[in-house]
Design a protein around this ligand. Structure first.
Ligand code: 4NP
Length: 153
């Protein structure tokens, strides 16, 4: 079974929603997880605003809990999707070799290949940031599903 982990800073806003969206689209056929590059929210449920935007579109993420990304995740997962450049740099710092590095990509590269665009951190903003995040992650996870289906992941 393929294994995919979504990574952001706190693991309470962006990556849990990305995980939940992918889980809702692939069911039990793929192992999904998420993590933060920081440990601030270890053990916490997602931000209530992320739970709310998910619920609005039928994606339940209330069972997910925060954890920090660790270098062993390079062994556990086939693909590591980051939300922004800071996440990218922080994950790469934990890579032990080129194989580890090759597993990491910006999630929006699935929609806009090679552009290294970020899913902006909605934590300090208003509701629109959560709506925008949802739209971006919905599109990106659709593309990930297609890749899984035809064996490109
Ligand atoms: P996330 O958002 O990386 O999408 O989970 C954040 C959540 C918490 C903090 C920063 C970003 N924080 O500084 O606590």
């Amino acid at each position: 079974m393929k294994k995919i982990v979504m990574v952001c800073l706190g693991n309470i806003c962006r990556s849990p929603l990305a995980e939940g969206l992918l889980r809702s689209k692939v069911g039990q056929t793929v192992e999904t997880d998420s993590a933060g590059t920081a440990a601030y929210h270890e053990g916490e449920a997602p931000d209530p605003r992320s739970i709310k935007i998910g619920r609005k579109y039928g994606v339940n993420i209330s069972d997910l809990r925060g954890r920090q990304f660790v270098s062993e995740d390079f062994d556990r997962f086939d693909k590591i999707y980051v939300m922004d450049e800071s996440n990218y740099q922080n994950v790469l710092k934990l890579a032990r070799n080129e194989e580890d590095e090759s597993k990491v990509d910006y999630i929006l590269n699935e929609v806009y290949p090679g552009k290294n665009l970020s899913v902006p951190d909605p934590y300090y903003g208003g509701d629109q940031g959560f709506e925008d995040m949802y739209i971006m992650l919905d599109a990106a996870t659709d593309k990930i599903v297609l890749k899984l289906q035809d064996g490109r992941i």
